[in-house]
Design a protein around this ligand. Structure first.
Ligand code: PAF
Length: 282
C-alpha cells in the first residue's frame, strides 16, 4: 500500500472486528533482524503492517542517503513470508509535504550522547519525527523495535510517553550471526579479515558483562576491558557507552539497568552493538 487512506482503511477494518494491529517500521533492505521483529509482531497480533520508508531527515550525509540499498520487491516478499499482511511504502511527498515545519525534538542526554554525539542529535529528531508520523498514519496497538539500536529504543519510548501516544513499544532481542556478530544490513560489506575482526565488538561486550556478573561496577574499568579487547583486533571504538538504559545518561557505576554500547569503524563500515544488564544484587 502506498497511500495513508489505504492503510488507515485496512487497519480500521481489523479494529472493527476487534483485531490487534502490530507495526514494524523499517527503512527496507530487510535482514534476519527485521524478520524476527515481523515474526514477533505476527505472533502477538491479528494484523501486521511493515513500513518501508528511507527517511531523509535522519541522514546527516546526502551520499549515505543516496547509497542506501532499496529493493522493494525483495522486501515485500520477505516481509510477507515472515507474517506481514501489509507493506506500507509512503511517498516522501506524503511524509514531508510542501511547507513541512514540524519536528519532534527530544532534548538532553537521550539524543545528545553517544550516537547523538557521533551523528548529531538531528539524527534522533529525524527518527522521532518519522516514527511519530508513521504511528499517526498507521495507528497500531504495538510497535516493534530491535534492541541493537538501544538509543533509538530509548528515544521512541520517551516520545510515546511524552506525547501520550497509545502505542505499546516492544523491544526485541538483537539477532546475531553464528559467531555473535549482530545482524546488520552493513555486514555484507565486511570481507575477509574485517569480517573476522568485527566479532571483537560482541566479544568485548560479553567480557564486560562477565565482569559485571563477577562484581565489577566501575564504568572506567569496564570501558578499559572493552577498549583493550577491541584494540587486540586493531579496532578503535568511537565510544564505549556505559549509561542508564532509559535516559542514556553516562554512569560512573553500574548501579541500575545499564546499557553498555559500542560503536566503531571496521574496514569500510561503522558497526554498533550493545548489551543491557541489570546491576548485580547487593
Ligand atoms: O531503525 C530504523 O530502521 C529507522 O530508524 C526507523 C525506526 C524505521 C525510522 O526511520
Amino acid at each position: 500500500m502506498r497511500s495513508v487512506p489505504e492503510v488507515r482503511a485496512a487497519v480500521a477494518g481489523v479494529r472493527r472486528s476487534g483485531g490487534r494491529v502490530g507495526f514494524v517500521p523499517t527503512m527496507g533492505a530487510l535482514h534476519t533482524g527485521h524478520l524476527s521483529l515481523i515474526q514477533r509482531a505476527a505472533a502477538d497480533s491479528d494484523f501486521v503492517v511493515v513500513s518501508v520508508f528511507v527517511n531523509p531527515t535522519q541522514f546527516n550525509d546526502a551520499a549515505d542517503l543516496a547509497a542506501y540499498p532499496r529493493d522493494e520487491e525483495r522486501d515485500v516478499a520477505l516481509a510477507a513470508k515472515a507474517g506481514a499482511h501489509v507493506v506500507f511504502t509512503p511517498a516522501v511527498e506524503d511524509v514531508y509535504p510542501d511547507g513541512f515545519a514540524t519536528t519532534v525534538r527530544i532534548e538532553g542526554t537521550l539524543t545528545e550522547t553517544f550516537e547523538g554525539a557521533a551523528r548529531g542529535p538531528e539524527h534522533f529528531w529525524g527518527v522521532a519525527t518519522v516514527v511519530s508520523k508513521l504511528f499517526a498514519m498507521v495507528g497500531p496497538d504495538a510497535a516493534y523495535f530491535g534492541q541493537k539500536d538501544a538509543q533509538q529504543c530509548a528515544v521512541v519510548k520517551r516520545l510515546v510517553t511524552d506525547l501520550n501516544l497509545p502505542v505499546e513499544i516492544v523491544v526485541c532481542p538483537t539477532v546475531r550471526e553464528d559467531d555473535g556478530l549482530a545482524m546488520s544490513s552493513r555486514n555484507v560489506h565486511l570481507r575477509g579479515s574485517d569480517r573476522e575482526r568485527a566479532v571483537a565488538l560482541v566479544e568485548a561486550l560479553d567480557a564486560a558483562e562477565a565482569a559485571v556478573r563477577s562484581g565489577m561496577t566501575d564504568a572506567g574499568e569496564l570501558r578499559e576491558i572493552v577498549t583493550k579487547l577491541m584494540a587486540a583486533r586493531d579496532l578503535t571504538a568511537d565510544y564505549v557507552a556505559i549509561a542508564d538504559a532509559d535516559t542514556m545518561a553516562p554512569l560512573e557505576r553500574v548501579d541500575r539497568r545499564t546499557v553498555i554500547a559500542v560503536a566503531g569503524p571496521v574496514g569500510p563500515v561503522r558497526l554498533i552493538d550493545n548489551i543491557v544488564i541489570d546491576p548485580p544484587p547487593v
